[in-house]
Ligand binder design. Structure first.
Ligand code: ADP
Ligand code: NA
Length: 329
């Protein structure tokens, strides 16, 4: 019995991933390798839907790939590649664009949010068709499942609709993927604004980057906004800041929140932050070192990515060949 296939992608735009990316998504990339055949890509084509500096984009794609390897993506088991190295993404995406209704694409709420940020005339057509490229990313590999957070649900629905539409128009061709809500995925809040999720788009003080200097990381955690009161207990409504720290600790250390509450009974927030700073730096320091090691050998990193792209293309080119044949090319 073949393993179920999974596809996931992440944008390279920030260079460093943050703790939210890891605890909410990338940790599951690593564990899914045990039970699935995984295709993981650094989605640089998606990145240029908003303006990018070329040298920075190229660098960030490598830094992103190196971090994924450092975190435990295993290129002997999974295909790890950069999206632009596999031109089939664009070949399929055009066919899907021609099957997507203009009104249907207009209903994507992420475009509405992002285009507002780019200003009235600033949003590109690429930003508009982004969800269709995302559908191509997934359908090219005949993925059975896609790990998704709440923010990607609408895009996955579009992907499923497009696969179903293609199949009913041209005959069974594309696998209709289902959403996989990864068990143990944590939502990490910003350390300075614990009413928002940790994000690269918020000021850096609230965001723990995996590649930050460990001293900076420790300082960010010690300066985290906590709540009124002194007791270390999880209470998402009244103590979102402390609860967030407990969540991060628990997910990284494997100790349950209840155990942590018990251990910190009678002690203050300062003690929790001090210990959490150690837990986080113990986690990120080897990831940061390993990432640097990989970046110090660009020839080997390039070889790993070329190998990943080749494995991806073996599957992707078969899908495109069938799709093009069915469409009449
Ligand atoms: P950002 O919000 O920093 O721009 P992305 O939108 O690029 O991050 O997210 C990449 C992946 O990381 C997605 O799967 C997303 O669901 C996950 N992710 C991002 N931020 C968080 C967070 N604070 N908590 C949990 N998961 C997150
Ligand atoms: Na985001």
């Amino acid at each position: 019995v073949p393993l179920p296939r999974v596809l996931s992608g992440i944008q390279p735009t920030a260079g460093s991933f943050h703790l939210g990316n890891y605890l909410g998504a990338l940790r599951q990339w690593v564990s899914l390798q045990d039970t699935t055949e995984a295709f993981y890509c650094v989605v640089d084509l998606h990145a240029i839907t908003v303006p990018q500096d070329p040298a920075e984009l190229r660098r960030n794609s490598l830094v992103s790939a190196a971090q994924l390897l450092a975190l435990g993506v295993d290129p002997t088991r999974s295909a790890l590649f950069v999206q632009s190295h596999v031109p089939e993404h664009l070949q399929l995406s055009w066919v899907l664009e021609c099957m997507t209704g203009f009104g249907e694409a207009s209903r994507m709420t992420q475009f509405k949010d992002k285009s507002q940020r780019e200003g009235a005339s600033g949003a590109s057509v690429g930003l508009f068709t982004y969800p269709v490229l995302q559908a191509a990313d997934i359908l090219l590999y005949q993925a059975d499942m896609v790990p998704v957070g709440e923010d990607q649900r609408q895009h996955l629905e579009l992907t499923r609709d497009l696969a179903t539409r293609f199949n009913s128009r041209y005959g069974a061709t594309l696998t209709v993927p289902s959403a996989h809500i990864p068990p143990g995925a944590a939502k990490v809040l910003d350390l300075q604004q614990p009413d928002k999720k940790m994000s690269k788009s918020l000021p850096p003080a609230g965001c723990v980057n995996l590649l930050d200097d460990p001293a900076v990381t420790a300082k960010k955690i010690r300066s985290a906004v906590t709540d009124t009161g002194r007791e270390v207990v999880a209470d998402p409504v009244n103590k979102p800041g402390v609860t967030n720290l407990l969540t991060i600790h628990s997910t990284l250390s494997g100790q349950s929140v209840a155990e942590l509450e018990e251990r910190f009974a009678g002690r203050g927030y300062g003690d929790l932050k001090k210990e959490l700073a150690e837990v986080v730096t113990d986690f990120v320091t080897p990831v940061r070192d390993r990432t640097q090691e990989l970046l110090d050998d660009p020839a080997e990193l390039t070889r790993v990515l070329a190998d990943g792209a080749q494995r991806a293309r073996e599957v992707a080119s078969r899908t495109v060949a069938t799709v093009y044949d069915r469409v009449g090319f």
